[in-house]
Design a protein around this ligand. Structure first.
Ligand code: GLC
Ligand code: GLC
Length: 645
């Protein structure tokens, strides 16, 4: 079949039947132009995903009508933003993009008080703010907000939808791009769709994966991972009301949506446009790897998952093109990169870099980091990594076992070592972390803990040892420094910018104590901020140095649009990155050991013909003819020919 011809005939019919009420001629022109540009792809994708749906034409028409409604509900301010972003699609690649992610309640109390924290964000130069899910949730455990009972209502503890709209506007006025969660793999079991399914409504039972008995679930189960084995074994939950087994990849109260049903795609598209129209500029695609199930596979990263995301992206291009997607694929590195494309997810977490920074900190060796980044860092020039050191989740050791094997490292054994190291079960470790999701069957686990506690600050403060405190602070700066320099948007996890330690209070909260990720979900009170910013404690030193590095980053375009080259430093303890932008060059060197490291000066040949330059952080001059000396846990950013001041 000729999809091109088919789609233009289909589109013509749809356009003729659309209800255009409420649009002025210029709006109608804009919408039609975008339909012409993106519908053919959308149609092709839907045909691929739903090949046997005889009613696909009906669904396409219904979908486009919903897109039109979403477009119509978009206010003029956001429509202007659409135009602006289309003219400057690389806005997220600028060197002055710096992000933060936080929980509304932990960061500020509620949405109104978050507005009052905007000056704090500005003091950090934050212009990308990811707010953890703030939607209505069930009482008690809601997986930190990732069990959504209603995408259009705000959790009353945080405010209401008008507060959210007002905040979005205030952030926009302050030049801060808002990023919201798009939790589209599952809903809470008390979402109206799930409630209707429980009451036996066949239309809504089709929104989820429900089974009369365990036969089919057991066939699937054979190939599936378990994400939270500490709270429940297996991926299916018995529901008494419905008298069915329900697919629940995460917690028992998070019901996986059934995207083999085109009604689900359309319904979720509408929820997505509602979020877009609040005024966010990024949607974080939660757990996107899991959205398509295929018998006989692990039901992660399936080809149709990619097609669905591309189809959602087409819908945004038509109705709200200012909004970009950020992928949350915490999977094998070869799979992570497959989500990154201008037509799929423009942004992506970089879990490989995150995990390997911690690996290098533990081992004091950078070979796995270097080899892995050389293999996996390059992505489409239209896209950007979101580089982070910690986030609200645990650390999983998602490196490529083949790359590890090529360096003589056994992946399984090495993960075991890392888990021991970061959970206080390895003698001499500086880290204070907590094991998470222990799987008694596989012996797997993952690691929780705040940046500062994992980097040694908690132990050092307990021992009241200034030398250990200094080392811990340097580790904190070192890891952040890589994320500031390597290329992409660095996103600070709120609390880490002040070096806050683990908070064990969750252990006495019955809704939280089974989920150790709460250990690194720490509240930022005014007192804590005050003490960190103005005291003489180690936190104060962290703040000053991080802000200094960020101010250097902001000054030079090379940190934004510059191409990244991962260098081979011929020193097992040093990680080296070059950036190039026309005739401007940067060599960034990071020493992951407690000893001074010396390095062959020829690495500076990456700086162009002069092979020399000044450290942007200290002003010190470096040249290729000398051996370079990098202090313990040192960071050196040598620039040559840079624009900026
Ligand atoms: C994502 C979130 C995590 C949550 C899970 C289920 O991985 O980051 O916190 O538990 O999705 O929604
Ligand atoms: C798994 C999932 C990831 C999620 C995490 C939550 O690693 O792949 O999506 O963030 O579990 O702990």
């Amino acid at each position: 079949m000729n999809v091109g011809k088919e789609s233009s005939v289909t589109l013509q019919r749809i356009v003729n039947n659309l209800d255009w009420q409420g649009l002025n001629p210029s709006q109608r022109r804009t919408f039609e132009q975008r339909l012409n540009a993106h519908f053919p792809r959308l149609f092709g994708l839907l045909l691929d995903i739903y090949p046997s749906r005889y009613d696909l034409h009906f669904h396409c028409e219904d979908l486009v009508q919903r897109l039109l409604r979403g477009f119509l509900q978009r206010n003029n301010r956001l429509k202007a933003l659409d135009k602006q972003r289309l003219k400057d699609p690389h806005w997220y690649k600028s060197q002055d993009r710096v992000g933060m992610s936080c929980y509304v309640d932990l960061f500020a109390g509620d949405l109104q008080r978050l507005k009052a924290r905007i000056p704090y964000l500005q003091a950090w130069g934050i212009n990308y703010l990811h707010l953890m899910p703030l939607y209505a949730v069930p009482e008690g455990d809601s997986d930190g907000g990732y069990a959504v009972s209603d995408y259009r209502r705000v959790n009353p503890a945080l405010g209401d939808i008008d507060d959210l709209r007002a905040l979005a506007k205030a952030l926009e006025d302050a030049g801060i791009s808002l990023v919201l969660d798009f939790v589209f793999n599952h809903t809470a079991d008390n979402h109206p769709w799930a409630l209707a399914a429980q009451q036996g409504d066949p239309v809504y039972q089709d929104y989820y994966y429900l089974f009369d008995d365990k036969t089919v679930p057991d066939q699937y189960e054979h190939h599936l991972r378990e994400i939270f084995p500490q709270v429940r074994r297996g991926n299916f939950t018995w529901n008494d009301a419905a008298q069915k087994w329900v697919w629940t990849t995460f917690n028992s109260f998070q019901w996986d949506l059934n995207y083999t049903n085109p009604e689900v795609f359309k319904a979720i598209t509408e929820e997505m446009l509602f979020l877009a129209n609040i005024g966010c500029e990024g949607l974080r695609l939660d757990a996107l790897a899991f959205i398509w199930k295929e018998m006989g596979t692990d039901c992660e990263n399936q080809p149709n998952a990619h097609k669905l995301i591309q189809a959602f992206n087409c819908c945004l291009q038509i109705a709200a093109p200012a909004v970009v997607f950020k992928s949350e694929a915490i999977v094998h590195p070869d799979e992570v990169v497959k989500y990154i494309d201008a037509e799929e997810c423009q942004l992506s977490y970089n879990p490989l870099l995150m995990a390997l920074l911690w690996n290098s900190l533990a081992t004091r060796k950078t070979r796995l980091l270097t080899a892995s980044m050389q293999k996996s860092f390059a992505i489409s020039p239209d896209c950007a990594w979101v580089n982070y050191v910690r986030c609200h989740d645990d650390i999983g050791w998602t490196f490529d076992d083949d790359v590890a094997a090529s360096l003589g490292i056994n992946g399984t054994d090495h993960r075991h070592f890392l888990n021991q190291f970061y959970t206080g079960r390895f003698e001499g470790s500086f880290a204070t972390g907590v094991a998470f999701a222990d799987n008694p069957q596989t012996g797997d686990c993952r690691v929780c803990g705040s940046m500062a506690s994992l980097a040694g600050l908690e132990q050092a403060i307990e021992k009241d040892d200034p030398a250990l405190i200094e080392l811990a602070v340097k580790r904190i700066l070192l890891l952040h420094a890589v994320t500031f320099a390597i290329g992409g948007i660095p996103v600070l996890y709120s609390g880490d910018e002040l070096g806050l330690l683990n908070d064990y209070s969750y252990q006495s909260d019955p809704d939280k104590r089974h989920d150790d990720r709460w250990v690194h979900r720490v509240a930022l009170t005014d007192d804590i901020i005050d003490a960190s910013l103005h005291g003489t404690n180690p936190h104060h030193g962290i703040v000053d140095s991080l802000q200094h590095m960020l101010s250097v980053r902001r000054r030079h375009a090379i940190f934004g649009e510059g191409a990244t080259d991962i260098l081979t430093p011929y020193n097992d303890h040093v990680f080296a990155v070059a950036r190039h932008l026309n005739n401007q060059h940067l060599v960034a060197l990071f020493n992951f050991s407690e000893q001074t490291q010396s390095l062959d000066g020829r690495i500076l040949e990456a700086l162009g013909p002069k092979a020399a330059g000044d450290d942007l952080l200290t002003g010190k001059h470096y040249q290729a003819s000398d051996a370079l000396s990098i202090p313990p846990y040192g960071v050196v950013w040598i620039g040559a020919n840079l624009d900026g001041n």
